[in-house]
Ligand binder design. Structure first.
Ligand code: GRF
Length: 203
């Protein structure tokens, strides 16, 4: 069974979608821990409700970003995590240890079709740009902002959306499906890199 460590800073609807998929037996995985840097994250309530251990690790309690990152890494190691799932975690990964401890084992979901519209206002940026098709991307995480190798994408027609909020909602529904299906791929096969390309082999 794949051991997941979820890191979330906020609302956690993707976290909830993963919880639901596990409880419905769609996913042969277990969430060993929720790590959050935000004591007010609603994700904490979700974890409590489903008896998932919670580790609150706040930036203000560490002298440097590297020390903060390394506390998160050692916490994940203490739970023997196989796959690190970022679900609305609002920080970059600064320590190189992330990548030596979890090589091609850290994933993130982004609410746009990367490499278009990286950053924290992806849906607003796509809406204001006027693109008709946007979507979501699951990618491996590197040190950059939404720059890691792409694992999977799903397109969403936003041509009928009249507000940024509508775009967010429409994409979020697809995020929940996409994240679940990518985690399922980890339970059934393995990934390797060919240059920047992510190649998947089913067991
Ligand atoms: C999602 O839009 C995700 O793509 C982005 O942050 C948001 C998190 O939403 N990385 P939630 O906390 O999972 O509801």
């Amino acid at each position: 069974m794949l051991k997941l460590g979820v890191i979330a800073s906020g609302h956690g609807s993707n976290f909830q979608a993963i919880i639901n998929a596990i409880e419905n037996k769609e996913l042969d995985a277990k969430i060993e821990v929720l790590i959050t840097d935000n004591p007010d994250a609603y994700s904490i309530q979700r974890a409590k409700k489903h008896s998932i251990p919670i580790e609150l690790i706040e930036r203000k309690n560490f002298p440097t970003r590297i020390a903060f990152d390394e506390k998160i890494i050692s916490t994940l190691k203490s739970y023997s995590i196989d796959l690190v799932v970022l679900a609305g975690y609002m920080r970059l990964l600064k320590s190189q240890k992330w990548f030596s401890e979890f090589p091609i084992r850290i994933i993130n979901i982004h609410p746009a079709l990367l490499p278009s519209f990286p950053g924290t206002h992806a849906q607003k940026d796509a809406f204001e740009y006027g693109v008709k098709i946007s979507g979501c991307t699951v990618h491996f995480v590197d040190e950059g902002l939404d720059t890691g190798p792409i694992i999977a994408q799903r397109s969403v027609d936003i041509s009928d959306c009249v507000s940024e909020e509508e775009v967010k909602k429409k994409i979020l529904v697809q995020e929940h499906h996409l994240y679940k299906s990518v985690i399922k791929m980890f339970t059934k096969g393995s990934f390797r890199m060919e240059g920047r390309r992510v190649v998947y082999t089913q067991d």
